[in-house]
Design a protein around this ligand. Structure first.
Ligand SMILES: *[C@@H]1O[C@H](CO)[C@@H](O)[C@H](O)[C@H]1NC(C)=O
Ligand SMILES: *[C@@H]1O[C@H](CO)[C@@H](O)[C@H](O)[C@H]1NC(C)=O
Ligand SMILES: *[C@@H]1O[C@H](CO)[C@@H](O)[C@H](O)[C@H]1NC(C)=O
Ligand SMILES: *[C@@H]1O[C@H](CO)[C@@H](O)[C@H](O)[C@H]1NC(C)=O
Ligand SMILES: *[C@@H]1O[C@H](CO)[C@@H](O)[C@H](O)[C@H]1NC(C)=O
Length: 514
């Protein structure tokens, strides 16, 4: 799970369910095959005292209550034609267990690469596998591929060798995704590689790169929550030509740059992949935001403030993405059509504008961004953090929000709070208030629309674009382009709502360990 940080504040809660699926079909010249995907945002029934160990029977009683909800949703998804259904991270047992208090919830999950096992039809093969059996039967009964996240256990040999990585209590405990085929066969098991302050679970001794094949859409890769920010396993999967990722998550929202739907879409667009993202729904934990994203469409849900705290099933037909090596190619050009936005003759040459001198530093998600204000109705600004520079050409349409403050920020460095990862970020944000120090703070509404071209020269090709409009509405960027020289351009116009954040989020995976 990501970001259960005590100092983090809330907000975020507006909703939309937005779909561009019909636009999908013209994009590829070849005949397009498609499939129906479903994700379920789950409002889970929690164990109110996760630190108190429970017997297996009591743990199962709790698990079965969440499984009952999964059962209903699997039937609904199946009725709507879903061929694959994804449930969120921690959706069965919940959070905040200790290594020992989670014991009653753990099941030994055999490795599907070593043996074939259908828990529904061969329940007697292993004891204490009630959860696996029930999930397997759910997949089988509803004739769909089913992905769930659960607490897994694996005994390991206690060696006298002090370098042995087996934990001292003789077992691994893993945050585990399991996948069942439509006849109930256990086809994949993935152990989360980047636990997020999860006392109950170990990091696997080696990163696991796990994929599974389906008859309707070919290959899918598995990642879990915080994994999405890291090279292992996410980029390694993409480099192996996996173009469809499954993403169970328990992600705490964090504007202005890492709100769930915003970053989910950014990964899909930046990596040119399909992402099936299922989040937990919890108001107190600030978790909502799930979706089915392709490079051409987004079907998503983000609960609104005041909405009843309930689950949400999303179902969408999406195209199969071919494993065509697009990701491995050094340089990519955009699939989006070029827009008419170019109000100045020299607009493609924003970098010729000298860096603004009236910059200020303000903290955005604990990182010291260098900002410059947008002072005019239209114009160009340029802001640098060291040698990393971001350029913006903009035209602003105030529409009653004329006193809203906007700033362009640049940050190149290592984020170190609640996880360590190196980034280069260009972000155009609506400041939360009228003080400079409010630039980079969380705000979820805006009235000012903007036509803009945002660009930066990045030291990586792993750059993820997003355009987030007022009240948690995603905009499909008009144009996104990565040049061979690291230059990345995000162009957008004709917004449907006020601009909250436009962002190019670059991940410098190669600098993470420096
Ligand atoms: C887990 O712990 C955190 C802080 O320690 C707390 O904010 C949160 O509400 C807890 N969640 C649950 C489900 O107990
Ligand atoms: C399951 O448990 C029963 C009762 O403890 C035992 O007799 C049986 O051998 C176990 N089966 C397996 C496969 O471990
Ligand atoms: C994205 O993938 C499609 C094929 O699925 C390919 O035609 C297109 O060129 C790729 N776009 C980019 C920007 O790599
Ligand atoms: C934006 O809207 C204007 C006016 O409705 C239209 O002429 C223009 O083509 C639109 N641009 C894009 C890129 O959709
Ligand atoms: C970016 O700005 C921060 C804050 O002003 C500064 O500490 C940091 O050194 C700058 N980064 C680079 C790469 O110059």
């Amino acid at each position: 799970m990501y970001c259960r940080d005590k100092t983090m504040f809330s907000f975020v809660v507006f909703s939309v369910c937005y779909s561009l699926i019909s636009a999908v079909v013209q994009v590829e010249p070849r005949e397009i095959s498609s499939y129906v995907a479903a994700v379920y945002e789950h409002s889970l029934i929690l164990n109110p005292e996760p630190h108190v160990p429970l017997s297996r029977a009591a743990s199962l009683q709790h698990l079965q209550r969440n499984l009952d909800i999964y059962e209903q949703q699997a039937a609904r998804a199946s009725q709507q034609g879903a061929q694959i259904l994804v449930f969120p991270e921690d959706g069965l047992q919940g959070f905040n267990f200790s290594r020992s208090s989670i014991s009653g919830y753990l099941e030994i999950i055999p490795d599907p690469q070593q043996e074939r096992w259908n828990p529904c039809t061969e329940p007697e093969k292993y004891n204490n596998t009630e959860v696996l059996q029930r999930l397997s039967c759910m997949a089988r009964r509803n004739k769909l591929y089913l992905v769930a996240n659960m607490a897994g256990l694996q005994p390991c040999p206690l060696k006298t060798d002090p370098t042995s990585s087996c934990p001292s209590d003789g077992r691994w405990q893993f945050n585990t995704n399991v996948v069942f085929s439509s006849d109930g066969l256990l086809v994949a098991r993935y152990h989360k590689n980047n636990p997020y302050f999860e006392e109950a679970f170990n990091t696997p001794p080696q990163p696991e790169i796990i994929t599974f094949d389906t008859p309707f859409a070919g290959k899918f890769g598995l990642i879990t929550c915080f994994d999405i920010l890291f090279n292992e396993p996410t980029i390694t999967l993409l480099e192996k030509d996996v173009r469809q990722l499954i993403f169970p998550t328990a992600w705490m929202n964090q504007l202005p740059l890492l709100d769930t739907i915003q970053f989910q879409q950014a990964i899909s667009l930046g990596a040119n992949i399909t992402l099936l993202a299922a989040n937990i729904r919890s108001d107190t934990l600030i978790m909502t935001g799930s979706g089915i994203y392709t490079p051409f469409s987004a079907t998503y849900h983000h609960a609104q403030r005041g909405d009843p705290e309930e689950g949400r099933l999303l179902v969408a037909r999406v195209p199969v993405l071919e494993q065509d090596g697009a990701f491995a190619a050094e340089s990519k050009s955009s699939t989006a059509a070029d827009s008419g936005f170019c109000h100045h003759e020299s607009c493609s040459d924003a970098s010729s504008v000298p860096p603004s001198s009236d910059t200020f530093t303000s903290s955005m998600m604990w990182d010291p961004f260098t900002f410059v204000l947008l002072q005019e109705t239209e114009g160009r600004v340029n802001v640098c953090n060291g040698t990393f520079c971001c350029h913006l050409q903009y035209q602003r349409f105030p529409q009653g929000g004329s006193n809203e403050l906007y700033a362009l920020g640049a940050f190149a460095g290592t984020h170190i709070v609640n996880g360590r990862y190196a980034v280069q970020v260009c972000a155009l944000v609506r400041c939360a208030g009228l003080d400079l120090s409010s630039c980079g703070q969380e705000v979820e509404e805006a009235e000012s629309k903007m036509d803009f071209q945002l660009e930066g020269k990045f030291g990586t090709r792993n750059v993820y674009p997003s355009v987030l409009a007022s009240k948690m509405v995603l905009e499909q960027p008009e144009h996104f382009e990565k040049g061979a020289d690291g230059k990345v351009i995000l162009k957008h116009s004709n917004m449907s709502g006020g601009l909250v954040t436009a962002c190019l989020y670059g991940r410098m995976y190669h600098l993470d360990n420096e």
